[in-house]
Design a protein around this ligand. Structure first.
Ligand SMILES: Nc1ncnc2c1ncn2[C@@H]1O[C@H](COP(=O)(O)OP(=O)(O)OP(=O)(O)O)[C@@H](O)[C@H]1O
Ligand SMILES: [Mg+2]
Length: 180
């Protein structure tokens, strides 16, 4: 994939398909230590130990429409190409955590891409799921929690286009701020 935000989207879509009601997405640009990493944690249906061990194998998937799942294997390949790896921790009926990391300055590392659109589109398309998005840049960070936004919305749906636009601009501004 050309952009890491597309990997993030793919992994988050796995969480949605696993019926998660809460999805935590963290992006960490640790330039000082030359590490780019991200983590996606959900409270979905999880996987048993045996399935987790085989999930990096593209011929293992629980999908019936297609025989191969490529999301995780592609992410793993992208990480390994850049001196990194993927770690999956999951427990049945509790949830799943996927951590991916790679060298920040590796010549083969894809750019992050449009993370602002990735996050806002996830919120737009899944108003009933609570998303927590945390972005770290060296020692600075910010967090967006849709549960907090929903609390002050007073009945206005979070996928109202005005609200989505506000969220989009908020993330944009905060990203600019932490990267200064
Ligand atoms: N967060 C998760 N919770 C529960 N099961 C998961 C989760 N992520 C992945 N899985 C399981 O691992 C399988 C492989 O995931 P992967 O993303 O590699 O492929 P896919 O989603 O099946 O297909 P693709 O990503 O190519 O559309 C999934 O089909 C699903 O059964
Ligand atoms: Mg997938």
């Amino acid at each position: 994939m050309k952009e890491l935000s597309l990997h993030i989207l793919d992994i988050a879509e796995n969480s949605i398909r696993a019926n998660a009601t809460e999805i935590y997405i963290e992006v960490d640009e640790d330039i000082d230590n030359n590490i780019f990493s991200f983590e996606i944690k959900d409270n979905g249906k999880g996987m048993d130990k045996e399935f987790v061990e085989s999930v990096k194998d593209p011929f293992k998937t629980s999908r019936t429409t297609r025989r191969v799942g490529l999301g995780i294997p592609l992410l793993e390949a992208a990480c390994k190409r850049c001196n990194g790896d993927v770690k999956i921790t999951s427990s049945l009926n509790k949830g799943t955590q996927i951590k991916a990391w790679m060298d920040y300055d590796h010549i083969d590392r894809a750019p992050l891409g449009d993370i602002v659109s990735t996050i806002t589109n996830l919120i737009l398309a899944n108003p009933d799921i609570d998303f927590i998005y945390c972005h770290k840049y060296n020692d600075k960070s910010f967090e967006l929690d849709t549960k907090e936004i929903k609390n002050v919305l007073d009945g206005v749906p979070i996928n109202d286009l005005g609200i989505i636009n506000w969220i989009k601009n908020y993330i944009k501004d905060e990203l600019t701020e932490i990267k200064q």
